[in-house]
Write a protein that binds this ligand. Structure first.
Ligand code: SF4
Length: 487
């Protein structure tokens, strides 16, 4: 049964807005039959190489400096990976001098075994020294957009191993060629923003909005969504966006006079609306998914149906806990001391408006590389990224601080805890098990996989369902690429 046809609207109880717990993994609502051409394509359209090629981070492992990675408890590892974790935990310390020889013992044989067909990937936000470790073994480090393109762009790579969160690995799989396999070192590495926009939450909302607005509704899915949500966007004629091109994608939708459902990050949606000069009072934010899941009806939305009818853009209510801690007072505190403040647009509107520069992780890193000796930069984003930026800045005579690192404040800013669930034992174990032909199926990532980040339970689509999902999801990614390149 095709992906869309298998999903059926479930009965909704008006007023059952509370108690949205323990939702099933299976999608139970349908975005309806595709109202626009699905456009499955055997090979995805890709943007120019120059705009999406990962560039070396420039970071290096310092002798004697311990790997900054909190050890995970042994029972957090899959059974197959526990032996590697036990060995790692038994090392005398976490310095490169101890960790690297141990890691080499597993990574080098895997590299020799797979040769040029192996590709290692990691995201800039990775905790510990995974960024440096992956680069040390010839892998690529990039933002989520560039990562998503790496399988499609490198057809000679057949075994792709990603140390990042699940939606990133799934994006690689959506755009991969048929003979490429994508693996994630820890399938429980999720993104909290994405976890609050699962298809069983978003589909009921989309169903209701489509029922009311028909073809006028268009879904824009931020890159930080599962393939199932990207597929919903594609089925409405919508597109994926990233933090660097959200303004282009939203502008494209506005020019078609569409009512936009922006999923999942309410802050990126609001910041984009502000950048485009939209009426912010006319935005509607849907009920908090951490409280209500997808169990609500349109008349229960803040402002009711009248607000929804008036809204040019409707925001899903999710956000990233790492970025929501920032406020405008923090920005002004640093500016008053002559620091230049740069911030990621997953942060709330007020600090974004107050900052001196706003942009994606790539923008933030490029700003660091362009800074002159003596410059003082404050960066509002994920903690591991800022720590890496601080080390890189020190080499260039540029001072770097984290936006939340203000004396007297309780929080000095945090790293992405879920992404940090990828650590040296996960990397060593995954590569060794792959070499031996014993890699756990759970770590194999296919488009449409839905993983419960707490239990590791996975729901996998049938081949026919997956093919349909890939068609819609690729269409939404390809629209983003076309819009971005045209912009
Ligand atoms: S930093 Fe936030 S948005 Fe990025 S992966 Fe982590 S939880 Fe998700």
């Amino acid at each position: 049964m095709p992906f869309a046809a298998r999903q059926r609207p479930r009965p909704r109880s008006p007023g059952a807005i509370l108690g949205a717990q323990a939702q099933p993994l299976r999608p139970v609502h349908s975005p309806g039959p595709p109202r626009h051409a699905a456009l499955p394509s055997s090979s995805p359209k890709l943007p120019p190489v120059s705009t999406t090629t990962p560039t070396p981070s420039g970071l290096t492992l310092e002798p004697g400096v311990p790997i900054c990675q909190t050890d995970l408890p042994l029972d957090w590892y899959q059974d197959e990976l526990k032996p590697y974790a036990e060995e790692y935990l038994a090392l005398p310390d976490r310095t490169p001098e101890s960790v690297l020889p141990w890691l080499d013992g597993y990574v080098r044989p895997a590299q020799e075994h797979f040769g040029d067909s192996l590709l290692l990937l990691a995201h800039y936000y990775m905790g510990g020294e995974i960024v440096q470790l992956v680069e040390r073994y010839g892998g690529a480090v990039a933002d989520s957009y560039a990562l998503a393109l790496q399988a499609a762009r490198n057809p000679e790579k057949k075994v792709i191993v990603e140390s990042a969160v699940h939606f990133m690995a799934e994006s690689v799989a959506i755009l991969a060629h048929d003979d490429q396999d994508v693996w994630i070192t820890n399938p429980k590495a999720g993104c909290t923003m994405e976890m609050l926009a699962k298809d069983h939450m978003v589909l009921p909302a989309t169903d209701q909005l489509i029922e009311r607005y028909g073809d006028d509704l268009l879904v824009i899915a931020y890159m930080n969504t599962s393939g199932r949500i990207k597929s919903i966007a594609g089925s409405t004629g919508g597109a994926v966006c990233t933090s660097s091109n959200a303004h282009l994608v939203v502008d494209w939708a506005r020019k078609q006079n569409k009512k936009i459902l922006f999923v999942p990050d309410q802050h990126l949606g609001r910041n984009t609306a502000s950048r485009l000069g939209m009426d912010l009072d006319a935005l509607v934010t849907l009920p908090d998914p951490s409280v209500h899941g997808g169990n609500w009806t349109l008349d229960q939305v803040d402002g009711g149906l009248a607000a929804l009818d008036k809204a040019e853009m409707i925001l899903w209510g999710s956000s990233c806990g790492v970025h929501t801690i920032f406020d405008a007072d923090m920005v002004r505190w640093w500016q008053a001391r002559d620091w230049r403040v740069l911030i990621h647009p997953e942060s709330p509107l007020e600090p974004v408006l107050a900052a001196d520069g706003v942009g994606s992780t790539k923008y933030l890193w490029d700003q660091l590389l362009a800074a002159k000796p003596g410059d003082k930069l404050v960066i509002g984003t994920e903690g591991h990224f800022v720590r890496n930026a601080r080390r890189e800045g020190a080499k260039r005579g540029v001072e770097v601080r984290h936006l939340a690192e203000i004396p007297g404040r309780l929080s000095g800013g945090c790293g992405c805890a879920t992404m940090s669930r990828n650590d040296p034992p996960h990397l060593a174990g995954m590569l060794d098990l792959l070499r031996r032909g014993e890699a756990p199926s759970l770590n194999h990532v296919l488009a449409g996989d839905a993983v419960d980040e707490r239990t590791g339970r996975r729901d996998r689509l049938s081949e026919a369902e997956r093919a349909e999902l890939i068609g819609h999801a690729r269409a939404s990614l390809e629209r983003m690429i076309e819009i971005t390149e045209a912009g």
